[in-house]
Design a protein around this ligand. Structure first.
Ligand SMILES: [Zn+2]
Length: 473
């Protein structure tokens, strides 16, 4: 067997396991099916070695034949291999501010049977009861195929204990919530609780625009600007967070809490953030901020719907009227700052004088919507500019509401990175390069994908964990 891919392990069994691990990781993370020759090249081993590893992984039910290609001339047909779609799965759950979303994810990486359950209350017991219900039905249905569970939370998650220290968007201000313990699970290699923005970054590093290629240089996307290296990922919805990826790994800090970019003091001091501090960046950028600036009041549970109304009104040619039906379906609303959603007929309320609310219709003046989007986009861009100076990234990726702002006002965001409205460009005028700023590749479910990949990341270190079903505590 080639020694090229051998890590520092002592026994033959460990060595074999490490090789299987690396081979399966390569197949799992590849966007395309691989031939044995592809795999050998990626692992830096001989074809014979790759063939032996493939045979073992096929026997274990972890990879399967996908296709047969015949290259030109008299070349032998080549079998393409991919991860098993019917093998082990990770169940992924995302606890948002308006809903709990769940799916299970096989080694192929795609979401299967994604479902959304709206949240009627933000009380810890109520939210986790929804999570337990969603999880229990899936764990029962999937049985021994379940290899682990990953949970993404809109909040501050202690990377050591897995506890949610605070979740301002849900009104969880303490004490810490032991999500796994509440659900009756152990904290172990098969379980992971993480911050949704960090998990979005994890997802992009495995399957999105921040994937490292085999040479560690970075994979270019269609525009040629996607990259590994140093990538700043920012995710917004209710709140704003992110992660810095370095060579495909999220920099999570001492306790896993890094990336609370939304609470940097880039905002105005007269505005109090949900976290209790003044002048946090997210109070000018997130969905709640956009709705507020457009004259709408939305509780965190309806902020997504409110932001949709504003973005739709901005581009509307019919007077900026958005259907209240769509808004109502998203959940309750309450005055800003009240953390308990209040059930009413409408999810979003207009502030008198700024918009009209009649017959379930929320009307936003297109100009006011455009102004609100402009302000949020400028604040987003200015903050990105500051973070670019801190991290000097190869690429900035925007997710969720931040991606929506980029889509709605790309020039505004990009110009605000290097100028502050007064035309000054600071270090950017002195040759400090601005990296590409793009939307993430994985879209709205990137957090779920990341929750699954965080667990697969640990499971792939020990292939035996994928071939034995999870025994819940
Ligand atoms: Zn804050």
């Amino acid at each position: 067997m080639s020694g090229v891919i051998a890590p520092a392990v002592s026994s033959t069994t460990d060595l074999r396991g490490a090789h299987l691990s690396r081979a399966l990781r390569a197949v799992h993370s590849s966007p395309q099916a691989l031939s044995r020759a592809d795999l050998a090249r990626r692992l830096g081993c001989t074809r014979a070695t790759a063939g032996a590893l493939v045979a073992d992984l096929e026997r274990l039910g972890l990879i399967e034949q996908k296709d047969v290609i015949v290259s030109g001339g008299r070349g032998r047909p080549s079998t393409l291999l991919g991860p098993s779609a019917n093998g082990p799965v990770v169940v992924a759950v995302q606890i948002g501010t308006d809903a709990v979303r769940a799916a299970h994810v096989p080694l192929t990486g795609g979401l299967v049977d994604a479902q959304t359950r709206p949240l009627r209350s933000h009380a810890v017991d109520d939210v986790l009861a929804v999570v337990r219900e969603v999880l229990d039905s899936r764990l029962d249905a999937l049985g021994a195929r379940v290899a682990g569970v990953g949970i993404a939370v809109h909040g501050l998650v202690d990377g050591v204990s897995g506890e949610v220290l605070s979740a301002p968007g849900l009104g969880w201000a303490g004490p810490a919530v032991d999500v796994l313990g509440w659900l009756g699970f152990r904290s172990e290699q098969r379980t992971h609780v993480g911050n949704v923005a960090t998990l979005v970054a994890v997802a992009e590093s495995v399957r999105g625009r921040a994937v490292e290629d085999a040479d560690g240089v970075g994979q270019a996307d269609d525009s040629g600007s996607g990259s590994g290296g140093t990538v700043l990922v920012l995710h917004a919805d209710v709140g704003l967070g992110g992660a810095l990826l370095m060579d495909g790994r999220a920099v999570t800090g001492r306790r896993g809490l890094a990336g609370e970019y939304g609470h940097l003091p880039f905002g105005t001091r007269d505005r109090v953030c949900r976290c209790g501090a003044r002048g946090c960046w997210e109070t000018e950028v997130d969905q709640v901020a956009l709705a507020r600036e457009a004259g709408l009041t939305a509780a965190p549970g309806a902020a997504s719907a409110a932001a949709d109304v504003v973005l739709a009104a901005m581009t509307s040619t019919a007077g900026g009227v958005s259907s209240g039906d769509q808004v109502r379906s998203a959940g309750g609303w309450s005055p800003e700052g009240d953390t308990e959603p209040v059930r009413t007929a409408g999810a979003v309320s207009a502030v008198p004088g700024a918009a009209d609310l009649a017959d379930g219709q929320v009307q936003v003046d297109p100009q006011r919507a455009a102004d609100a989007v402009h302000r949020a986009a400028v604040s987003l861009g200015r903050g990105i500019g500051a973070l670019v100076l801190v991290h000097d990234p190869d690429l900035v990726l925007l997710s969720g509401h931040a991606a929506e702002l980029l889509r709605a006002a790309p020039q505004v965001v990009r110009e605000a990175i290097t100028a502050d409205g007064g035309g000054r460009s600071g270090l950017f005028g002195a040759g400090y390069g601005v990296p590409p700023v793009q939307e993430i590749a994985l879209g709205a479910d990137a957090g779920l994908v990341g929750a699954a990949e965080a667990v697969f990341g640990a499971l792939l270190d020990d292939v035996s964990l994928l071939t034995t079903g999870w025994v819940r505590s």
